[in-house]
Write a protein that binds this ligand. Structure first.
Ligand code: BMP
Length: 251
């Protein structure tokens, strides 16, 4: 079996994007590879969750356009402070999917001003190589394969998308359900310790499965944490499960 690279080996690699370096350093410092997905609907819930899970995560993933009372000063400015306090990165799961010019506008303008605050952003690569050129302030995580049943990201699509991700200097990794070339960090959503699906197409695996079989670098957990009775405790459980699975995958 092929050996995976450790976080330290990845930090030591050449031409590493500054956001990838930061993420890997936080992982080693906190012994965590957990990204919590904060799919909550209000600013208060977002801040409360960030405070509770902050010590256990390397990044907080947002869908900022689902926050019903979004206000840049009230939602984002305190969130940046919480992220600094607990030493985690902010990842906006925007899944850009347009031509470069439109993505450039969506990234920096409108009410969300994503380029001001997102250390990491997700983007489709459906618009081609140049569509990613304007994401200057964030590390780009390319959507290469999806976790949902019936996704159109078949092998041919994934292979072509992965070539774009590998060759673009703004891209630090990919969201996928398969192993990636080792210079791309692998982010895997669809992680849950208690259930196999959500009845809406989502398909879940365990941390153990994805670290062993896919050589995942970071797990993304939404409802397993924010819907738990005790999100703080749940984030600790996923952090430990993720770290143990990472260490086991080093062999
Ligand atoms: P949950 O753990 O509650 O199923 O949430 C998963 C999160 O990861 C959601 O925010 C979803 O948008 C995201 N996600 C996913 O589930 N599968 C993918 O292929 C890509 C994603 O970004």
């Amino acid at each position: 079996e092929k050996k995976r690279k450790s976080y330290q080996q990845k930090i030591d690699s050449n031409n590493l994007h500054s956001k990838a370096k930061k993420l890997l350093e936080v992982a080693l410092e906190k012994k965590s590879n957990l990204i919590a997905s904060a799919d909550v609907l209000t600013t208060k819930e977002l801040h409360d969750l960030a405070e509770k899970v902050g010590p256990n995560i390397v990044a907080l993933k947002t869908h900022i356009d689902i926050i019903t009372d979004f206000d840049y000063d009230k939602t984002i400015i305190p969130l940046i402070d919480i992220a600094a306090k607990h030493n985690f990165l902010l990842m906006e799961d925007r899944k850009f999917a347009d031509i470069g010019n439109t993505q450039e506008l969506q990234y920096s303008y409108g009410i969300y001003k994503i380029s001001n605050w997102a250390d990491l952003i997700t983007s489709q690569v459906i618009g081609g190589f140049q569509s990613l050129d304007f994401f200057h302030n964030s590390g780009v995580i390319a959507i290469l394969g999806m976790s949902s049943a019936g996704t159109l990201t078949d092998k041919n699509y994934r292979d072509e998308a992965t070539k774009i991700a590998q060759s673009h200097p703004n891209v630090i990794g990919g969201v996928a359900q398969n192993e990636l070339p080792e210079e791309l960090l692998l982010f895997t959503p669809g992680i849950n310790l208690d259930t196999k699906g959500d009845g809406k197409g989502q398909q879940y695996n365990t941390p153990e499965h994805v670290f062993r079989n896919l050589h995942t670098d970071f797990i993304i957990v939404g409802r397993g944490i924010y819907k738990a009775e005790n999100p703080e405790q749940a984030s600790l459980s996923y952090k430990i499960a993720g770290w143990d699975a990472y260490e086991a995958s080093l062999g």
